[in-house]
Design a protein around this ligand. Structure first.
Ligand SMILES: Nc1ncnc2c1ncn2[C@@H]1O[C@H](COP(=O)(O)OP(=O)(O)OP(=O)(O)O)[C@@H](O)[C@H]1O
Length: 300
């Protein structure tokens, strides 16, 4: 059961609010079965869960990619699906694993690919505060003269992140974006996000499997187990963290429990079917083309 946190900002409007969210992709079983969460402005919330728990789906729902009821998901008091201004204005920003889609999502009128330099890409975004841009280029150590086609994955990721942060968002949704960054780059970025939250009241929801150094960073947690929000609220819900426990160890305990329960269920089902289940070929319920781009990478 999710434990809601009362919004702490002055106007009483939460940065992010989910109320009994349920969601299924067309023709599929529910990916999100029950999720409630209330994040005040200035939160840095970690979205945690095993593979397939629903993190990307939840972030995309928060970003307004799929339609749900107006009151089921609100960002800054508005429905991200119905209120296009939220994303068009840059108030709500999404950074995910798909480079081309994110840049397109951010609505930047710049070429999305081709043999151009990082500088051309970054300076092609209009209406940006030059000081913010310079600070981000420095923070992310972007070589403005290097061509995108010659960059490593991590270098290209830095350009992507730079582009995504050029405009000062109020709510930022991030899906595993630091995965191919080096230690220093990741640490500097986390420090930057902390100052964005503390100084501007920005709110961040960050899905990751890398928990290194996040114990002191995180203010809120959202733990999804197979589409259900098991824990959702302030970090005080995890008193272990204040007692010096590592987030990795806390999460490991949750995921091991999940895995055991899942395997016990599978064993029971197999026993009940007299072992026939294993012999029955399973028809694929989804083609590669139905899958999110991060999974599609395997099929390219
Ligand atoms: N486009 C889609 N169509 C149908 N089912 C989908 C689609 N995208 C995801 N799913 C299913 O929804 C569930 C949640 O997937 P999701 O990608 O949100 O998980 P996740 O927590 O982000 O996983 P990971 O840690 O592996 O990135 C999974 O069962 C997945 O198979």
């Amino acid at each position: 059961m999710a434990q809601a946190v009362v919004a702490a900002n002055g106007d009483g409007i939460s940065a992010v609010r989910l109320e009994g969210l349920k969601f299924s992709y067309p023709g599929c079983a529910a990916s999100i079965k029950d999720a409630s969460l209330d994040l005040p402005r200035g939160s840095r919330c970690l979205l945690i869960g095993a593979n397939g728990a629903g993190k990307t789906t939840l972030l995309q729902l928060l970003a307004g990619k799929y339609m749900v009821g107006r009151d089921v998901i609100t960002v800054l008091g508005r429905s991200p699906f119905h209120d296009l201004q939220l994303t068009c204005s840059g108030q709500l920003s999404y950074l995910g694993t798909s480079w081309r889609k994110d840049v397109a999502f951010a609505g930047y009128g710049v070429p999305l690919q081709g043999d151009i330099t990082a500088g051309k890409m970054i300076f092609g975004v209009e209406g940006v505060d030059p000081e913010r841009r310079a600070a981000l280029i420095r923070l992310l150590d972007v070589d403005l003269y290097q061509r995108l086609t010659t960059m490593s994955d991590g270098q290209r990721r830095r350009v992507q992140i730079c582009m995504g942060l050029l405009k000062p968002y109020d709510v930022l949704l991030m899906d595993e974006i630091t995965v191919d960054m080096d230690v220093l780059g990741r640490q500097d970025l986390l420090d930057f996000f902390r100052s964005e939250c503390e100084e501007r009241g920005a709110t961040i929801v960050y899905a990751t499997h890398i928990f290194d150094g996040l114990e002191g960073w995180v203010t809120h947690v959202a733990y999804l187990e197979d589409g259900e929000m098991r824990i959702g609220g302030a970090r005080s819900l995890l008193p272990q963290l204040s007692e010096g426990a590592k987030l990795l160890n806390v999460v490991e305990v949750w995921l091991r429990k999940e895995k055991q329960a899942r395997q016990a269920r599978d064993d029971e089902r197999r026993a009940a079917s007299g072992g026939r289940e294993e012999a029955t070929p399973v028809a694929p319920s989804r083609t590669p083309f139905d899958m999110p781009s991060k999974h599609l990478a395997f099929f390219r």
